[in-house]
Design a protein around this ligand. Structure first.
Ligand SMILES: Nc1ncnc2c1ncn2[C@@H]1O[C@H](COP(=O)(O)OP(=O)(O)OP(=O)(O)O)[C@@H](O)[C@H]1O
Ligand SMILES: [Mg+2]
Length: 415
């Protein structure tokens, strides 16, 4: 029988799995020296009793924005005697209220109770910042707002923090906003935009050489020596560079490849494990995309996967018309979608909406479509699932069940 002692002493390629966690911040960040310097220059005034300018950081996902800022702020903290900065993950603190509450609680312990209104946080922070530190220095607060695009009422938040800064006679509050959504800046009120973007830094995606070094660094820290082939590191770096230059994806590949090597008991990470990891990681990512789809897009996708599993009829059609094999007709998918809606007690949306859904699903790579040749049943589209339909169906049905039980909970508690 297995017991913990035998489990814990099982051989593994991992020396320290924590090193591969997305939250681990390495001491050295290759290829981010310039960015580190720029951020240090931006926050340095706070160490000289001056107000740092607000800073806006943009870069695609996995380009090291979060870890670079965290690295700099860790160094910053070493230079200060008093708490002067707060890191806010706006995915979690996604409204002006929550952000203000988080800032307030960080600096003022009495705000750690529930039930205060936003004006209370505002007033208390204002009072707090205006009183200099014991050593006579003014308070120079830096608020890091990571994934700032997640804040629902961002204009109001930026306005509140800017106004606070204008109102205080001593001390200051500055923002570092981080996002991977470039378009988000355009939806901001011009006033918030100019406050937030006093200075800007752009992080560019990594190429395969850079990713190789980032991975090699983690391999040294996280894996038993000799368990990871150089070619496997190169392959993981090349795959990630080809996708989007995302270091997080590259690290995920490595972590999964390690798990696969352990499962197989081969304890060796070669190209093969990386290839397998790629399939697995991609499937997980697809799962995440599917789960966050709006309800009706999920229902359309269920219809497509369902029909695709009963492909016999369409295969025949495909051969007759000499079309690419195994495609579904959009009209028939719409009929199936209506049926599925009835099953899930939803009212089907119009055909116009349905066409929009198809476009969106195609943009996400979940389906592919081709226009039919003229004359064939009007202007129809032929549809094919982008991934293994059985697998997508499983995720979709789980997701539907979950939302049904959530709806039920809401309904029950309403009674
Ligand atoms: N230069 C680097 N050296 C070492 N590791 C890095 C480097 N850049 C990124 N990473 C690692 O890659 C992963 C993703 O980085 P990070 O979370 O900072 O990306 P991000 O730009 O904030 O992405 P997102 O926009 O999705 O939030 C992390 O595990 C991080 O440690
Ligand atoms: Mg980030």
């Amino acid at each position: 029988m297995q017991n913990f002692d035998t489990i814990l002493t099982l051989p593994s390629v991992f020396l320290d799995r924590n090193v591969l966690s997305p939250h681990f911040v390495p001491d050295v960040l290759p290829y981010r020296e310039k960015e580190i310097e720029k951020i240090m220059l931006a926050v340095a005034p706070a160490l000289e009793d001056q107000r740092p300018k607000n800073l806006f950081i943009y870069g695609k996902t996995g380009t090291g924005k979060t870890c670079t800022v965290k690295r700099v702020m860790a160094e910053f903290r070493k230079k200060t005697i008093f708490p002067q900065d707060v890191y806010v993950n706006c995915r979690m603190y996604n409204s002006r209220y929550r952000v203000m509450q988080k800032i307030g609680k960080t600096f003022i312990s009495e705000l750690d109770k529930v039930g205060f209104g936003i004006s209370h946080f505002y007033e208390k922070l204002l009072e707090y910042i205006q009183v200099p530190y014991e050593n006579g220095n003014q308070k120079r607060i830096i608020v890091v707002l990571d994934e700032i695009d997640m804040v629902k009422d961002l204009d109001e938040l930026v306005y509140t923090l800017t106004r606070m800064n204008d109102e205080i006679s001593s001390g200051s509050i500055s923002m570092i906003g981080i996002t991977n959504k470039i378009s988000f800046k355009e939806v901001l009120d011009p006033r918030s935009k100019s406050s937030l973007c006093e200075s800007e830094i752009v992080f560019s995606p990594y190429n395969s050489i850079q990713l190789r070094e980032i991975l090699a660094q983690r391999v040294k820290l996280g894996f038993v020596e000799g368990t990871v082939h150089d070619s496997a590191i190169n392959l993981a770096a090349a795959i990630a560079a080809q996708e989007t230059g995302d270091a997080r994806y590259a690290l995920k590949l490595l972590l999964k490849a390690g798990e696969i090597a352990d499962e197989k008991k081969s304890f060796l990470i070669t190209d093969r494990e990386v290839e397998e990891a790629r399939k697995n990681v991609d499937n997980t990512l697809v799962g995440e995309i599917i789960k966050t789809l709006p309800k009706h897009q999920q229902l359309v996708l269920i219809a497509i996967c369902n029909l695709y599993n009963n492909i016999g009829h369409y295969q025949r059609l495909g051969q007759e018309e000499n079309l690419e094999e195994n495609r579904l007709l959009s009209g028939e998918v719409y009929e199936e979608y209506c049926k599925i809606c009835r099953k899930f007690k939803r009212i089907p949306r119009s055909a116009r909406w349905y066409r929009e859904y198809l476009n969106e699903l195609e943009m996400l790579g979940l389906i592919t479509t081709v226009e039919s040749s003229k004359g064939l049943r009007g202007h129809s589209r032929f549809i094919k699932p982008g991934y293994e339909p059985q697998q997508m169906l499983q995720i979709l049905l789980e997701s539907q069940q979950k939302s049904e039980s959530e709806t039920k909970v809401i309904y029950d508690s309403d009674l």
